[in-house]
Design a protein around this ligand. Structure first.
Ligand code: IPM
Ligand code: MG
Length: 361
């Protein structure tokens, strides 16, 4: 059966790293007869420039009708604005997440042995770290009421953190199910000592936990969690948390690995439709210079094949190829610290992974 992928390269380094990834998609699809059809669409700043909106309705429709979406990155200083009502590239991202109902954001962080020295943390703290940040993605303060106004004290602004019990329950359920396939531990992160929404979060997570007694559950306040991640990251398996806390903690967790340029993510709902994108942003400062690391994007494709299309062995091959290329000492600029390694450009890295894939089958 035909599979349809919508590809949204976006801004900054997005198009370059998507290019490298599409080379690999083309090869895998041809080699294994996967019958994958793909189409490109504009999202973010580029869409604002072309159409005055960061995401056209027909692009959104195409995403809804696809089997999966592969996204590069959005945003850049050109479109940064604090003016209320002005279109922002990031609006498009939130819109796709919300309209497609992608409530679960999976951000796996593991330590690549050959890269362990690129982290700012000590090797003995890092060895064996394997964390999945599971971030709620369609609720909370990202989507709550917000506005500006003024009263007798002057101008003010507010944002609202609001969670429905069902939103917490479904992400908690996924957290426990995922932990079952991993190291059977869930740390739920909240701020229940202050926030009412966090108290409901904690209650709902405890309730769902009754269905998963084989899984160890602990609760942690977000300030403590951010400290524990640096102090002893090995204590974590699945970190289950809200949209806002997940945004912050996933960047921290990514940096533990030393290389945000290597980390993919998946945004999923109950059925198999998902959107896949690197954790890193559009890096406008290095765009167009061949310096970007395409690996997070390539690994996002592997996640897409695994979770949305169920092409598991092909996903395995891509991940293995990336690992081998890193083990052979090839590095893009972001992870080039040791002069003994070989510095390569974006497209060289893409080609190395592609050739490795070819040699693996
Ligand atoms: C992320 C990003 C986005 C977010 C931005 C670009 C809107 O930081 O995916 O983590 O805050 O969710
Ligand atoms: Mg973020």
């Amino acid at each position: 059966m035909e599979k349809n992928i919508m590809i949204l390269p976006g801004d900054g380094i997005g198009p370059e790293i998507i290019n490298e990834t599409v080379k690999i998609l083309d090869y895998i699809s041809f080699k294994y007869n996967l019958n994958i059809i793909y189409e490109y669409g504009d999202i973010g700043g580029i869409a604002i420039d072309k159409y005055g909106t960061p995401l056209k309705d027909d692009t959104l429709e195409k995403c809804k009708n696809s089997d999966a979406v592969l996204l590069g990155a959005v945003g850049g200083p050109k479109w940064d604005t604090t003016e209320p009502g002005k279109p922002r590239p990031e609006d498009a991202l939130l819109k796709v997440r919300k309209e497609l109902g992608l409530f679960a954001n999976l951000r796996p962080v593991k330590i690549y042995k050959p890269l362990i020295s690129t982290s700012t943390l000590k090797e003995e703290v890092l060895e064996g770290v394997d964390i999945l940040v599971l971030r709620e993605l369609t609720g909370g303060i990202y989507f709550g009421d917000r506005n500006r106004s003024s009263d007798e004290k002057g101008e003010y602004a507010f944002d609202t953190e609001k969670y429905y019990r069902f939103e917490i329950e479904r992400i908690a359920k996924l957290g426990f199910k995922t932990a079952r396939l991993r190291n059977k531990k869930v740390t739920s992160v909240d701020k229940a000592n202050i926030l009412e929404s966090s108290r409901l979060w904690r209650e709902a997570v405890n309730e769902i936990h009754k269905e998963f007694e084989d899984i160890e559950l602990n609760h942690m306040y977000v300030d403590n969690a951010s400290m524990q991640l640096i102090r002893n990251p090995k204590q974590f398996d699945v970190i289950l948390t809200s949209n806002m806390f997940g945004d912050i903690l996933s960047d921290e967790t990514a940096m533990i690995s030393g290389s945000i340029g290597l980390l993919p993510s998946a945004s999923l709902r109950e059925d198999s439709l998902g959107m896949y994108e690197p954790i890193h942003g559009s890096a406008p400062d290095i765009a167009g210079q061949g310096k970007a690391n395409p690996v997070a994007q390539i690994l996002s494709l592997a996640m897409l094949l695994r979770y949305s299309l169920n092409f598991i062995s092909q996903a395995d091959i891509i991940e293995k190829a990336v690992n081998n290329v890193l083990e052979k000492g090839y590095r893009t600029a972001d992870i080039f610290y040791d002069k003994k390694n070989k510095l390569v450009s974006t497209s060289e890295m893409g080609n190395l992974v592609l050739n490795e894939i070819k040699s693996l089958n």
